[in-house]
Design a protein around this ligand. Structure first.
Ligand code: ADP
Length: 422
């Protein structure tokens, strides 16, 4: 990016700078001009303090060479007037004064804001060097200023772009949300009308007719479930989260209660090792995560096997890792990452029902709670899913329950026992 390139350049500026020379004597001004000409800068002359002040208000100068002994407003008075203007507060002033100047005059000059003295008769080399230093300083200051301006502009651009992105994201999310809601209505009508059709005209339908009606109902119900899960998934992005200390024991208990029907139907054996820890999380989201993982652990089990699931925890420094281990069909290691992406499924829908959204919800919910997820598995040797969240170690404080509108839509429907959602 060209902006970045600009930022990486060393801070110099090639601008020609203005140097103000103030002296009531035209000869001395001429002498200074001829000495400083080789610096190649704009040399501007003023014959009195008031003229210098007028010039200073019109343009920017890198340095002022100010004669101390001028009739009317002398050099000290002029310097003091210059310093009173906030914009000229830091402009370097070099007093030009006679070699015979006393120490007390020199101190007086410093108290009026002089940065240095040039003694007359002027030694050309000394004057050139001193003024050259201030020219260089001014250039560096200007270059830094330009960099600061560029940075500020970049920052403003970035903030603007971030705002645009947030707005576009919000719009997209609300669009998805509306679409998903609107899609559910005709689906429910489809389910209802098919049920009514079978009830009212079932006697006229042969076996194929009944089967077709059944398939319509199943397809509609699967699609409805998918939409609900998509809604839950998209809501995870924008719901406001207040992380609270949560007892893992309670989360696991709530999740098991939620999927109890499923567990009984599959005759699953569930072993929950007692948890002692509290983590920082969002209660409804965490219940959903645990229930999704246990539902999968029970679902992806080989024919004729009794699903066996172990839930246990492990402390990892400042984090607590929860393991959900099963004796199921397992996952080839090369697929262990992609299954957390939305709609990624490894198995045939006819054999293992599902939408491919469950693990994406797990991954997003845990990320929003500041944690991580993962899995260790091999085909035929079961899977060990885990997630970890920050350990809460502070003493108890009242836990306020999250607002109802923050709850993710439930993805489990106890009625739909033939197609348990994950
Ligand atoms: P769904 O269960 O609805 O298909 P998920 O997002 O929960 O979707 O899981 C994605 C895929 O990951 C599943 O389709 C399955 O192939 C695989 N998977 C998830 N959990 C397990 C598990 N415990 N054992 C074996 N495979 C699993």
């Amino acid at each position: 990016m060209s902006d970045t390139a600009t930022l990486q350049k060393p801070p110099t500026s090639n601008e020609t700078v203005n140097i103000l020379m103030v002296d009531d004597s035209p000869d001395k001004l001429l002498a200074m001009e001829s000495i400083l000409q080789s610096l190649g800068q704009n040399l501007i002359k003023a014959h009195s303090g008031p003229e210098a002040l007028r010039l200073l208000l019109k343009q920017e100068f890198a340095v002022i060479l100010l004669d101390v002994n001028m009739p009317g407003m002398d050099g000290f008075e002029t310097a003091s007037m210059i310093r009173q203007r906030p914009s000229l507060e830091h402009i370097p002033i070099l007093f030009v004064t006679a070699l015979s100047t006393t120490d007390s005059d020199i101190f007086k000059g410093y108290s009026f804001g002089a940065v240095d003295y040039v003694l007359t008769p002027i030694l050309p080399e000394i004057l050139r060097t001193k003024v050259g230093v201030f020219v260089e300083l001014w250039r560096q200051k200007r270059a830094l200023q330009q960099q600061a301006d560029t940075l500020l502009k970049l920052n403003q651009d970035l903030t603007g772009r971030a705002d645009q992105l947030t707005a576009a994201n919000k719009e997209l999310e609300s669009f998805c949300y509306t679409i998903a809601h609107d899609l559910r209505a005709p689906l429910r009508a489809m389910e209802g009308l098919t049920a009514a059709l079978v009830e009212d005209f079932g006697s006229n339908l042969d076996e194929v007719g009944h089967e077709s009606a059944d398939r319509i109902r199943q397809a509609a119900s699967r699609m409805d479930q998918m939409i609900q899960e998509l809604l839950a998934y998209s809501r995870l992005s924008f719901v406001h989260l207040d992380l609270q200390p949560i007892r893992l024991d309670e989360i696991i208990k709530d999740a098991v209660t939620q999927i109890d029907f499923d567990l009984r139907q599959k005759k699953a054996r569930l072993q929950v090792k007692r948890s002692r820890h509290r983590v920082l999380g969002h209660q409804p989201m965490l219940v959903q995560v645990v229930s999704n993982l246990i539902t999968n652990a029970v679902k992806f089990c080989a024919d004729g096997m009794t699903p066996e699931v172990i839930v246990r925890e492990e402390r990892h420094g400042d984090f607590v890792r929860i393991w959900i281990e099963d004796n199921g069909i397992g996952i080839a290691p090369e697929h262990c990452e992609r299954i957390f992406r939305i709609f990624e499924r490894l198995h045939d829908r006819d054999k293992y029902s599902g939408t491919g959204i469950g693990l994406a919800i797990v991954q997003k919910a845990i990320a929003r709670m500041g944690g991580k997820v993962g899995v260790e598995s091999e085909v035929g040797r079961g899977s060990r899913f885990w997630f970890e969240l920050k350990l809460h170690t502070e003493p108890d404080r009242p836990i306020t329950s999250p607002r109802q509108d923050e709850l993710p839509e439930p993805t489990t429907d106890p009625k739909a026992s033939d197609s348990p959602p994950a």
